[in-house]
Design a protein around this ligand. Structure first.
Ligand code: SAH
Length: 479
């Protein structure tokens, strides 16, 4: 994060705007709205300033910029349209340790003025650090559509009743549930319909009745998707933002976790290596303990909780213990990796079915024993398959797949460091002996995997048979 976001209380503080044009006037307006004592310095003032000047709303400094204008100011905005002058204002401000903003010049600005969605006292501020104000504006427009206009009144009401709410719900978790009710319940619609007294009464009634009964905890088994935060479902996002406790796997990306409520307790129960059975039992006991204490627990898993995620076992355990459960599906690695590698899992000409497999089965029988695996018109998406590629390729070939069958490894699918390694059952194991495979990685086998070469559109693509030395190595492997 390059900029430190703040909301500044500048009420009553002297500030300076340099410039007498339209932009300067807009800046002066927002400073006045925030209650600052605004001085405006310019050689000439347009007619639009007349009313403020006549009413004495601003302190006028006529003439060429004088560094003495900065004396005693807390902030300055340079909005003159003259680059050199703006730079001088910024430099003089810097010498005096006054924060300066130069309109449309991020490099010269010590503070930036964000795009704002105003539902006062609720304020949403958006910044691109000056990189693309037009994008900030688009985001602002979107938020303007999404954020109910009554939210300001709701926040103001919550503020007025804050003392009562805190006294009634001393326990933080209970208070949070009350605020959830306030946000989701009948108060907001009443405010939207300008029924202010009724809205307030509804809140007071709820304070009088809610929370007597100890609130029951719950567990949501939530799929976090493959890592890209945009691939989280809205339902998953909602669950993350309401959770008191989040028990997450290692596969869950930092970007996804960043979308959780800030004060949620995040526990990494990553169990990718070693002691699997014990760890699983512990996780289940932890979920149960937190839920029994009345918390909203999210069990957050990479991809989908019911695809090689042991979600079924966890659901059975929780239900056996009488805990309220919900399952939020996620985009599983096969679906996400295929899409981000340009590989259609099915295709009218090449694949009529797709099979999701794991290379790490619980049973002694190898998942690749199945005859159907030899079917050249079936795509295989093999989870946890990259390490055992030699063995897997040999088995698939022995089941009838041609050595020329295209296949692709998708490493870190959907993440910025995604890499797709494309080859065939014959060439890929050789290449992978030369290149370390980064985890997590998914193996896709079948005619459709050839599309990775044509339709790669995200991240890096490595082609096994054009990767130089790999060729020799691969031929050796086949022989
Ligand atoms: N429940 C998860 C799978 C868990 S098993 C899901 O539905 O996706 C873990 C395996 O998933 C990894 O070994 C890897 O094969 C695969 N995987 C998960 N995320 C991945 C990603 N971003 N890129 C590639 N493979 C991934």
């Amino acid at each position: 994060m390059r900029l430190y976001p703040v909301f500044a209380d500048i009420a009553g503080l002297p500030v300076l705007v340099v410039g007498g044009g339209k932009v300067a006037r807009r800046k002066a307006k927002s400073l006045l709205d925030a209650g600052a004592r605004v001085s405006v310095g310019a050689a000439a003032f347009g007619t639009a300033w007349a009313s403020w000047i006549d009413a004495g709303s601003i302190h006028v400094l006529h003439g060429a910029f004088d560094p003495a204008w900065l004396d005693g100011k807390w902030l300055v905005i340079a909005a003159t349209g003259d680059r050199a002058l703006n730079a001088r204002v910024a430099a003089c401000a810097g010498e005096r340790r006054i924060l300066a903003n130069v309109v449309d010049d991020a490099a010269l600005s010590r503070f930036h003025v964000p795009a704002v969605v105003d539902r006062s006292p609720l304020l949403v501020a958006i910044s691109t650090a000056g990189a693309a104000p037009a994008i900030a504006r688009r985001i602002r427009e979107t938020l303007e559509r999404v954020l109910d206009h009554a939210l300001g009144a709701l926040v103001a009401l919550a503020d007025r009743q804050r003392g009562r709410i805190v006294r009634r719900h001393a326990d933080i978790a209970a208070r949070r549930r009350f605020y959830d009710w306030l946000f989701d319940g009948p108060v907001l619609p009443l405010l939207r319909n300008a029924r202010h007294a009724q809205a307030e009464q509804a809140l007071l009634d709820a304070l009088a009745t809610h929370g007597q009964e100890s609130a029951a905890g719950s567990v949501a088994l939530v799929g976090a998707g493959p890592g890209h935060p945009g691939l989280l479902t809205l339902q998953a996002l909602r669950a993350l933002q309401q959770a008191d406790v989040i028990l997450h796997d290692q596969l869950v990306s930092a970007e996804v976790l960043a979308m959780a409520r800030r004060d949620a307790e995040c526990i990494d129960v990553g169990k990718r290596c070693g002691g699997r059975q014990m760890a699983q039992e512990r996780i289940q006991r932890m979920m149960l303990a937190h839920a029994r204490e009345g918390r909203r627990v999210v069990r957050l898993k990479g991809g989908d909780p019911f695809v090689f995620g042991r979600g079924g076992e966890e659901l059975a355990f929780l239900r056996a213990h009488g805990v309220a459960c919900e399952v939020v599906p996620g985009i599983t690695a096969a679906v996400a990796c295929a899409a981000f590698a340009g590989i259609p899992l099915t295709h009218r000409d090449h694949a009529q079915s797709v099979c999701l497999l794991t290379a790490h089965g619980r049973r002694a029988t190898h998942p690749l024993e199945d005859r159907a695996l030899g079917d050249s018109r079936q795509t295989l998406a093999i989870y946890m398959g990259a390490e055992k590629l030699d063995e897997m390729a040999a088995r698939l070939i022995s089941r009838g797949r041609a050595p020329e069958t295209p296949c692709a490894i998708v490493e870190n699918g959907t993440l910025p460091q995604q890499r797709v390694i494309a080859g065939t059952l014959a060439t890929l194991p050789g290449l992978l002996r030369l290149q370390a495979v980064n985890k997590p990685a998914l193996l896709i086998v079948g005619e459709v995997a050839a599309f990775a070469r044509e339709h790669a559109w995200f991240g890096e693509l490595v082609e096994a048979d054009t990767a130089g030395a790999a060729q020799d190595c691969a031929s050796a492997a086949v022989a």
